[in-house]
Design a protein around this ligand. Structure first.
Ligand code: AMP
Length: 405
């Protein structure tokens, strides 16, 4: 059980869940064999000059002090240095505090976590016996949400449980026995607990689905529908997604009650990124070109994407043997190893992170200057997600994609 009174680092976890994986996504049990061929991507789409977002001109209507939320939340927000609500927070929080269902269309990095966490934690602090469930597509995102909730609710004594795959069942079962008020987790593990009878959601009257589009991409639709059907009938729902396509609409229409749509996605994240290709002729030429790029002084912090766990591991070892400060993150590593790699990268102890697509999803590292696609992504959509890791917080990022001549 973790409590919102103290800080508590995540537990060591190893991979075991087999649910909801996309072929070749790198988080599956596959140990790095060949992936099925992906979609053809025209190289012309990989070359672009960045535009900076217009969103910087946004004038917030509210201040955090205007919101009718628990005083503890306000003082924790001040401690966190949150002064002005981000656009998604400015428009979501007042509606959410009225009890409305919300559909938020926003990219990662817009402050969407606090947009749902603030009203949700206020409700938990002021409504006795209520419970909130937050579902995220990946373990890393679930942990980031947990960190944000803990810091906003610090000192409240609210109890929680983190139900993510790969993590010890025993510890989760112990946490659940204490009847936590807030549960954050990934769909497969939450469903496991419901099926075992160790998690009862009938008193949970707030639910958040974060990155709904990613959840559907990863094949979690059945699990999510199952989980939502177990919640209290009278409830408040939050759906956050980067896109509102027909699939996302379909899911939301089934489960939402007259939702308010808050859409702040002005441009694709990839539009803030200078994009270019790097042509190579052989494996050794490819490695040499990567080596030269990483030596450039403006390449301060970089994610290098490769396609399989094995290739990611090999590339990271090769870079380390060449003296580069690199680490790797992929589904073949234990949760503890992944957390360590991520935290070293966040602190800039290593400035190069080699990753598979799924392992890198939802990672919030603001100062990434470069994304390098050492292998082509499976689809243009994956490409846009990768590239959006750079160019955050109003800065121009850079993306380079390796292409075989
Ligand atoms: P998110 O989109 O929720 O992942 O948030 C992106 C980053 O913005 C995180 O590092 C948050 O801590 C930070 N953040 C969120 N809201 C605010 C705010 N109102 N003021 C300053 N930083 C914020």
């Amino acid at each position: 059980m973790y409590s919102y009174n103290k800080s508590n680092s995540g537990r060591g976890m190893a991979f075991s869940s087999k649910r909801g994986r996309r072929p070749g996504s790198g988080q599956s049990g596959r140990s790095g064999g060949r992936r099925p061929a992906g979609q053809y991507i025209d190289p012309a789409r990989l070359v672009r000059v960045a535009r900076l977002a217009e969103a910087v001109d946004y004038q917030a209507v509210n201040k955090f002090s205007d919101f009718q939320v628990h005083a503890l939340i306000k003082s924790n927000l001040t401690t966190k240095g949150y002064e002005i609500p981000s656009p998604i927070q400015d428009q979501t929080i007042p509606q959410a505090l009225l009890g409305q269902d919300i559909i938020g269309i926003a990219n990662t990095g817009t402050g969407k976590t606090a947009a749902f966490a603030i009203p949700l934690l206020h409700k938990l602090m002021t409504e006795k016996g209520s419970g909130a469930l937050i579902i995220a597509p990946t373990r890393e995102l679930a942990e980031q949400i947990q960190d944000e909730c803990r810091s906003i609710a610090k000192g409240s004594g609210l109890s929680g449980a983190l139900l993510i795959g790969g993590s010890s069942m025993g510890a989760q079962l112990r946490d659940l026995k204490d009847r936590p008020r807030i549960i954050i987790g990934t769909p497969g593990r939450i469903k496991d607990h419901i099926e075992r009878g160790t998690l009862k959601l009938s008193q949970f009257n707030t639910v958040v689905l974060d990155e709904v589009d990613r959840m559907l991409d990863m094949g979690f639709v059945g699990d999510v529908q199952f989980i939502l059907s177990r919640l209290a009938d009278k409830r408040q729902s939050f759906f956050f997604s980067a896109t509102l396509d027909a699939r996302v609409r379909g899911l939301i229409e089934t489960f939402a009650n007259e939702p308010v749509l808050v859409s702040l996605k002005t441009t694709d994240a990839s539009e803030h990124v200078n994009q270019d290709v790097v042509r190579y002729s052989s494996a050794s030429d490819k490695m040499d070109k990567l080596h030269d790029i990483l030596l450039k002084s403006d390449v301060e912090k970089v994610i290098v994407f490769d396609e399989t766990q094995r290739k990611v591991e090999r590339l990271s070892q090769e870079l380390v043997s060449r003296g580069f400060p690199a680490d790797a993150i992929h589904g073949g590593k234990s949760q503890g190893q992944r957390q360590r790699a991520l935290s070293r990268f966040k602190k800039s102890d290593v400035t190069i992170l080699v990753a598979t697509d799924v392992a890198a999803r939802g990672i919030d590292v603001a100062d990434i200057t470069h994304v390098i696609n050492f292998s082509m992504p499976q689809s243009y959509e994956d490409y846009v997600h990768r590239v959006g890791r750079a160019g955050r917080a109003g800065r121009v990022g850079h993306a380079l994609t390796f292409i075989n001549q």
